[in-house]
Design a protein around this ligand. Structure first.
Ligand SMILES: Nc1ncnc2c1ncn2[C@@H]1O[C@H](COP(=O)(O)OP(=O)(O)OP(=O)(O)O)[C@@H](O)[C@H]1O
Ligand SMILES: [Mg+2]
Length: 242
């Protein structure tokens, strides 16, 4: 097995201090590889978004060690975090956060510009990314003329702008109906299985569990359980006597 891409070693995040301190993430340890689609579930306030922000170098752990590829994020200067983030991580959020005055193409091109890719090359790549997410015929639409699912596809194309090995998604289907949401999740699963990325998604949607390789459960800041699709399939076939 190849070296893990992300390693968390007893990572904790405490917001505030003294009497008002909140332990949002409590001694979480895990190792994650490429090519996997991982779901994170758990009640509201259990620390899912905080864990995602730690993994995405938007926050530094209060305690414990976190490694992203060969870098020990927990030991780095705050000012170095944006570089790691830009190089390795793509984010997708529940609210699509598109620029309302820019077309689908322009939203993706802007993300490419921020990665230092400009002009013709940016256009070529934006087109390829939008085609990848199934929006070949919506290139010049403004966000207000796109459906929720289409907006999330643009956001996904934008997240892929720097070709990041890791995609972190925080309730990306929260604003979508279940059928549209499932299509987005299928696309995310594909980005892991077909393209070899690590896709880590927070969700409350029980109906997409079958699409995941691993499902992690959080409660009160701790990882409390883990299911892998392999286990699930084995359980089902044992029950069905196959
Ligand atoms: N910036 C902050 N300052 C102080 N406390 C915070 C901050 N952000 C989050 N918290 C607290 O940390 C805990 C975990 O929050 P977090 O947003 O990670 O939960 P979550 O599992 O993503 O919840 P939800 O499902 O509602 O999105 C909560 O108790 C929350 O109030
Ligand atoms: Mg959250």
């Amino acid at each position: 097995m190849s070296a893990p891409w992300l390693v968390l070693d007893r990572v904790s995040k405490v917001y505030g201090d003294g009497a008002s301190a909140v332990v949002a993430v409590r001694e979480v340890s895990m190792e994650l590889q490429g090519g996997r689609f991982v779901l994170l579930m758990g009640p509201s306030g259990s620390g899912k978004t905080t864990l995602l922000m730690l993994m995405g170098c938007l926050l530094k752990p209060t305690r414990g060690r976190l490694f992203l590829f060969e870098h020990e994020v927990s030991a780095l200067d705050e000012r170095t975090l944006p570089f790691l983030r830009r190089r390795y991580i793509g984010f997708v959020f529940q609210t699509f956060n598109l620029f309302p005055a820019l077309t689908a193409m322009e939203n993706v091109e802007l993300a490419l510009n921020l990665k230092g890719i400009n002009g013709r090359e940016a256009q070529r790549r934006a087109l390829a990314l939008l085609a990848r997410v199934g929006l070949r015929d919506r290139l010049h639409f403004l966000p207000r003329d796109l459906s929720g699912g289409e907006k999330q596809r643009v956001a996904l194309a934008r997240a892929l702008a720097g070709d990041p090995p890791i995609l972190l998604a925080d309730e990306p289907t929260g604003m979508l109906d279940s059928r549209t949401g499932r299509q987005i999740v299928e696309l995310l699963a594909d980005l892991a299985r077909v393209e070899g990325r690590l896709v880590f998604m927070v969700t409350h949607d029980q109906r997409v569990r079958d699409l995941a390789d691993d499902i992690l459960f959080m409660e009160d800041g701790s990882l409390v359980a883990r299911e892998s699709a392999g286990d699930l399939r084995e359980l089902v076939s044992r029950r069905e006597g196959r």
